[in-house]
Write a protein that binds this ligand. Structure first.
Ligand code: HPA
Length: 287
């Protein structure tokens, strides 16, 4: 086991060591953190006054392997508002356990972050969705959680939150309303949706039968991330806003020749990145 691997035990002292190191290496004290999804990391490029920490330089921080994910923590100001961006996140399908996937969120909490904005790329399950839509996440389905993969399984440290946290208020209604209002002001209203995000473990895209199951469950979009971070953020009391960019419409027809692939995800995120950036940066001003 590498030293990085063996260091991933996730005790309070580990998170504290990481947070204290960051606090000692930057004078910035952001209240907002943004986790940038696949192909959406360019948001961090918009920050002024940047301090950049490659994940590999940060004590006890995991590192990322997915193409389209830069792998660095960027502190800076977005439209005058101090924030920290994760350019590249950790996915369960990369082989990380749920505690490692969510490691940065507890570090954010110890840094004094109050609001978490999560973005992701997702497949559209709702028949009224189009490629390029931005979906405000109204609620989530923690499918890996149904199978015992919840980041809060195991010992509960009360310094982070309670043993049995509420999730019926996972996504902040006020922030969602603000996002909707901002999208309308920024001429994004015509492709703005609201709906339920379902996390699957990946890395396989869904079969046709699986897509039909997810639709029956009431999911509007499906992706391979976000839910673990949201669970851990809510556990420690952060307010959460979730935004999904619909990069493909899932296949539910056995005669279809369409095939989901990561290249399309990156192509669509590139073409909508500017709209999403405008939405997030104008929203941040209002938080
Ligand atoms: N399924 C799962 N994850 C995804 C998809 C999808 O169709 N599109 C983008 N991420």
């Amino acid at each position: 086991m590498s030293s990085k691997e063996s260091s991933r035990c996730g005790s309070y002292e580990d998170y504290k060591e990481t947070a204290d190191w960051l606090l000692a290496h930057t004078e910035q004290r952001p209240k907002v953190a943004i986790i940038c999804g696949s192909g959406l990391g360019s948001l961090a490029d918009l920050l002024d006054n940047k301090t950049v920490f490659p994940y590999s330089d940060i004590p006890r921080f995991p590192s990322t392997t997915v193409p389209g994910h830069a792998g660095q923590l960027v502190f800076g100001r977005l439209q005058g508002c101090e924030c920290v961006c994760m350019q590249g996140r950790f996915h369960f399908f990369e082989g990380y356990n749920m505690q490692t996937v969510t490691y940065p969120v507890r570090v954010f909490f110890l840094l004094g972050i109050e609001t978490l904005i999560v973005t992701n790329a997702a497949g559209g399950l709702n028949g009224s969705f189009n490629v390029g839509d931005i979906m405000i996440i109204k609620d989530h389905i923690n499918l890996p959680g149904f199978a015992g993969q919840n980041p809060l399984c195991g010992h509960n440290d009360d310094r982070f939150g309670v043993r049995f946290p509420c999730m019926s208020d996972a996504f902040d209604r006020e922030l969602s309303a603000l996002a909707k209002q901002t999208a309308e002001e920024e001429r994004c209203g015509s492709f703005l949706k609201q709906g339920v995000y379902c996390m699957v473990a990946g890395p396989t895209f869904e079969t046709i039968a699986e897509c039909k199951v997810l639709q029956t469950l009431g999911a509007d979009a499906v992706g391979m991330s976000t839910v673990p971070e949201v669970v851990v953020a809510r556990h420690c009391g952060l307010r959460v806003l979730g935004l999904s960019l619909i990069t493909n419409i899932v296949v539910t027809d056995y005669d279809s020749e369409e095939k989901a692939n990561h290249e399309d995800t990156l192509r669509i995120t590139n073409s909508r990145a500017q709209d999403l950036q405008r939405l997030v940066s104008n929203l941040i001003k209002k938080i």
